[in-house]
Design a protein around this ligand. Structure first.
Ligand code: NAI
Length: 714
């Protein structure tokens, strides 16, 4: 390999190396000291110098841009740069720098080919769009797309202006407004890449493609339709409506992207890019983008383990209880890992149910052509069921998901311990019972740990990993590693009833019950919280979770926390009326073929409410959210979770608390401690003493402290 030294002004460790093969140059991107390639200002400047070098080198005719990082082509812009940007001008100069570099690339006299293996996201995709050709390896981690809206911005290094011209307006809108990525085959079908090849021959095919010379035309914009201003207006109008319906106007980035795309379609790429820079720079400093960027870092942080113990290998997993959760857990373990699953229940019928639940998830994948029927059959065959304990002496981790009853859980634990191999972990999926209580009679309590999944298991991204009094570090890291393998975000918790998410949801759900008892209508309560940004209102959530499950959880929390978690009568009355929620098609809402319809008017009679009226949305949000903040202050004080950031991550991933608000405590910090204290005092004297401010909240407010400063990792 001839080295970078060819390029001028190159010293020290560099991100780019040039390998010359006659008139061909392969430009290898390999950011030193990092797992992924990404674009900081410094890296962009280095690329700029390399491109200047090529522009002035007449003996290079073809350039292939490739990555040396396994599984990653280019992850995009370096997000840390976003956090150091202060002010619109600085943001704009970063955006403009990227645009200048990619324009330089697009204008090179040489034929350029992006040889993509692994993730090619955001700025990586925009680099690829600036090459003549794009060839993609068909490897499992290969994906290409523009996820910028997930960080509260939109593609501003040319992506928003260029993509519609390459793949057509509807497909580009879909990718840019939803932050979508495509696998290699879909990208080929969409016209985003020119060819898909086996990873082993990527560079060879890229070389052959480079022989084709500079690209001439080839975009897919159907100008006869999309070039027609009326048709375009229609397409953009529809997109705007869809965005507003989905985001309720809380996320400015997709709306700005639509405007920029509309402008670029008529004014051309160059002017479009100028508009990209103006609009995106204004978004970077916006609170929504800042909150989404913080969330990105919270997620990155959660991937690093603060515990240093080494995780044990897990090749066989046991699942105890084949109900709603057990079936879902068995499915995801087989789907995402190589481990086989042994599932036990007391009834054969239940095993059948668990299998069916797992099969249903895979069937959906088969229908969407994300999996073949053969693959589904092979996966299903890896789950075996039993009503005895056969096979359990081999399991490395047993995930317990039997009924929420401490006696039964202890019994199951004792039976498991009697035959478990040394070191086997018992991970309980209890949603409320302290792990220490479950492990009270255990022979090896160090191997008992909480592994709390959320329902539905395949879709909910959070797992709380809970440390009982005697849980070992190894048990913690082994279950956390398993959860991460399942694609979940892990939040470590200390022990206590309800852990983090369910304990905070306790007062939230109770409050919605009280508000209903006060004759506020079901739909107006739900609308208030959905407008605030929750994915679903509390009434619909109650139906979804199951009124029977909620009754049990509420009972355990009231028993543990007393007056603060005093229950409304709603759940009990509905339960007594035979309403279980969605699962039996009878709840606060009406159901037709399992789909939620309007609210059930007969509920008011069951609850003894004569004249329901629409709620005051501001008052609803205040009561619901402040009661959560009050509980969160106690949770942090009791060290159930280590930091405000982790609590927020748990709430966003576990309940869908609006990401654009940055999380419950980021929202609290924005409101300010003294304000919250004042409102809780007022609610406590006017509505109910259950709003009495907790001691830790009082102390924080009295010194005007912030949750994020007070509860940070030291
Ligand atoms: P479920 O009632 O659907 O399933 C429980 C299963 O356990 C039943 O099939 C039952 O036959 C079986 N079972 C009872 N005793 C057993 C024993 N001795 N050995 C083996 N199996 C036994 O309950 P679900 O909803 O799946 O909940 C299970 C656990 O997961 C509970 O601890 C619950 O708190 C927790 N959880 C539930 C969530 C939910 O939304 N449903 C969410 C997160 C956790």
């Amino acid at each position: 390999m001839s080295s970078v030294a060819e390029a001028p002004s190159q010293t020290a460790a560099r991100a780019f190396q040039i390998e010359r093969q006659g008139e061909l140059a392969i430009l290898w991107f390999d950011l030193p000291g990092e797992k992924v390639n990404k674009f900081s200002s410094a890296v962009l400047r280095e690329l700029s110098a390399v491109l200047d070098h090529f522009a002035s080198t007449s003996d290079v005719k073809k350039i292939i841009i490739a990555s040396r990082k396994p599984g990653i082509y280019i992850a995009g812009a370096d997000v840390t740069e976003f956090t150091t940007v202060s002010g619109v001008e600085q943001a704009k100069s970063y955006v403009t720098l990227g645009q200048e570099v990619f324009t330089k690339l697009a204008k090179l006299p040489q034929t350029t080919v992006a040889a993509i293996d692994g993730a090619c996201l955001g700025g990586g995709c925009e680099l690829a769009l600036s090459c003549d050709w794009r060839i993609m390896a068909d490897s499992p981690r290969s994906q290409i797309g523009l996820p910028e809206v997930k960080l509260g911005i939109f593609p501003a290094w040319g992506g928003t202006s260029k993509l519609p011209r390459l793949i057509g307006l509807p497909a580009a809108l879909d990718i840019i407004l939803n932050g979508k990525t495509l696998d290699a085959r879909k990208a080929k079908n969409a016209g985003l890449v020119d060819d898909v090849v086996e990873p082993g021959i990527l560079i060879e095919v890229a070389k052959k493609t480079a022989d084709r010379g500079k690209r001439k035309g080839g975009g897919r914009t159907k100008f006869y339709i999309e070039g027609n201003p009326l048709a375009r207006k229609f397409i953009f109008g529809k997109a705007r409506k869809a965005v507003l319906a989905q985001t309720r106007g809380h996320y400015p980035a997709p709306l700005r992207a639509i405007e920029v795309m509309a402008y670029a379609m008529s004014a051309g790429v160059e002017r479009g890019m100028a508009r990209e820079a103006d609009e995106a720079a204004a978004l970077v400093n916006n609170e929504v983008a800042q909150n989404l960027v913080r969330l990105f870092f919270l997620m990155e942080e959660s991937k690093k383990d603060p515990i240093t113990a080494k995780a044990r290998d897990v090749s066989t997993v046991g699942v105890l209880g084949a109900g709603v959760m057990g079936g879902g857990i068995a499915q995801i373990v087989v789907d995402k890992t190589d481990a086989d699953v042994r599932m036990r229940d007391i009834a054969m019928k239940a095993i059948g149910g668990g299998m069916k639940a797992a099969a249903k998830i895979w069937k959906k994948k088969v229908e969407r052509r994300r999996m073949t029927r053969g693959e589904m059959q092979r996966k299903l065959a890896r789950i075996t069921g039993t009503t005895d304990w056969s096979g359990f002496s081999r399991v490395d981790v047993a995930i317990e998901a039997v009924v929420e009853n401490v006696q039964i859980k202890r019994q199951v634990l004792a039976e498991f311990e009697a035959l478990a191999k040394p070191g086997a972990i018992f991970a309980t999926n209890t949603s409320t019972i302290p792990i220490t209580r479950i492990a009270a009679e255990a022979k090896r309590p160090e191997n008992v740990v909480g592994m709390h999944f959320f329902n539905p298991v395949d879709r909910m991204p959070l797992v709380e990993i809970i440390r009982g009094e005697k849980t070992s570090d190894v048990a913690m890291v082994t279950t956390a590693a398993l959860a991460r393998k399942l694609g979940k975000t892990v939040v470590y918790c200390n022990d206590g009833p309800g852990f983090v998410v369910n304990r905070i949801l306790g007062p939230y759900m109770n409050e919605s019950g009280f508000l209903l008892e006060e004759a506020n209508t079901i739909e107006s309560l739900d609308k208030a919280m959905v407008d605030f940004g929750m994915p679903m209102g509390p009434m619909a959530l109650l139906d979804e979770v199951g009124i029977d499950v909620a009754a049990k959880v509420a009972g355990i929390l009231t028993e543990a926390f007393g007056a603060r978690m005093e229950k409304s009568t709603v759940v009990e009355k509905l339960y007594a009326d035979g309403r279980l929620g969605k699962k039996n098609g009878k709840g606060l809402y009406l159901y037709a073929e399992g789909k939620r319809q309007g609210p059930d008017p007969t509920v008011y009679k069951v609850l003894g409410i004569s004249k329901p009226h629409p709620a005051d949305a501001t008052a609803v949000v205040e009561r619901m959210v402040l009661s959560m903040i009050n509980e969160a202050a106690l949770i942090l004080h009791e060290k159930i979770v280590a930091t405000a950031g982790e609590l927020d991550l748990a709430m966003i991933m576990g309940t869908g608390f609006p990401p654009f608000r940055g999380g419950l405590l980021r929202y609290a910090d924005a409101l300010g401690g003294p304000y919250i204290l004042g409102r809780l005092d007022e609610l406590s004297s006017r509505v109910s003493p259950r709003f009495r401010p907790s001691e830790p909240l009082k102390r924080l407010a009295e010194r005007d402290g912030k949750f994020y400063q007070t509860y940070a990792r030291s």
